[in-house]
Design a protein around this ligand. Structure first.
Ligand SMILES: Cc1cc2nc3c(=O)[nH]c(=O)nc-3n(C[C@H](O)[C@H](O)[C@H](O)COP(=O)(O)OP(=O)(O)OC[C@H]3O[C@@H](n4cnc5c(N)ncnc54)[C@H](O)[C@@H]3O)c2cc1C
Length: 237
């Protein structure tokens, strides 16, 4: 059975109740090599030469052959992850709509720890709140979710439309589901940014799962070249 077939349909858990599922995958490392070789109407020349060519392409930013491989994911993640993800304009998205589907009481994100505001960087976290204080905040958050959901439900029960009743719900922490498609070139750009040290922990968790569970097994040569020519260089900077 090919790697493509075993990976498609696989669902990997992320955060407390999110996940990513690979819905579809088109192409593999060889598709990238063969796309590049169409320039002179050639095809595979055996694993050694093929891998060498792929590394050359990535190192020299000959990017379009990597666009011949496509990934389609179904994602369940908090809205705060969605807002960061949709900034990537080279992806195609379709999302669940709170206008059609009512939310459930369990559709809220609980962070595993309360990260503290970083002193050195305005947008980042560093360290975590001590466990006992963290537990107090988590129970306050649970109460807040319950109260918000009760208000949402009460509005729906009065006949208020789903599109308006949802304003009672805490917007950043609601779990949403969407379908997202991109190609290997633009996925590497996303992974480079969102696995990076400046990315928020929550989206970094999704990017890391994409990389480890789907990208690397689907494109082992490309992943090796990406680590050598992009990730390792970035880490050394
Ligand atoms: C750590 C971090 C912090 C961030 N903080 C903020 C923030 O505070 N505020 C904020 O608004 N955003 C923020 N962003 C989002 C960021 O500005 C980008 O919108 C996001 O990372 C998508 O990157 P991109 O445009 O390169 O990717 P994509 O949209 O996927 O585009 C990929 C590449 O295609 C090309 N491209 C795509 N569309 C165009 C276009 N219209 N014109 C020219 N070239 C194009 C560019 O070369 C681009 O790099 C942050 C991102 C990160 C990773």
């Amino acid at each position: 059975m090919s790697t493509t077939v075993t990976l498609v349909g696989k669902r990997a858990p992320v955060l407390d109740q999110g996940w990513i599922e690979l819905q579809d995958l088109m192409g593999d490392d060889l598709a990238i090599v063969n796309a590049a070789r169409v320039s002179y109407m050639g095809e595979t020349k055996g694993p050694e030469q093929d891998k060498k060519l792929l590394f050359y392409l990535l190192a020299n930013r000959h990017t379009t052959p990597f666009e011949q491989v496509e990934f389609k994911f179904r994602v369940r993640a908090p809205v705060l992850v969605w807002w960061q993800w949709v900034r990537h304009r080279t992806w195609s998205f379709n999302a669940q709509s709170g206008r059609y589907t009512p939310f459930e009481e369990s559709d809220f994100y609980f962070p595993p720890a309360w990260r503290m505001q970083a002193k050195s960087n305005k947008q980042m976290s560093e360290g975590t709140l001590p466990a006992s204080e963290g537990a107090e905040l988590t129970s306050a958050l649970a109460e807040h979710y319950q109260r918000s959901f009760a208000l949402y439900q009460a509005a729906l029960n009065r006949g208020v439309s789903r599109e308006l009743a949802r304003i009672f719900l805490p917007g950043f922490s609601l779990y949403y589901t969407w379908v997202a498609k991109t190609d290997a070139h633009n996925l590497m750009h996303f992974l480079d940014l969102r696995m990076g040290p400046h990315a928020q922990d929550e989206i970094r968790a999704y990017a890391t799962v994409i990389y480890q569970e789907f990208f690397r097994p689907a494109l082992p040569w490309t992943a090796e070249a990406f680590e050598r020519h992009v990730l390792d260089k970035r880490a050394a900077q």
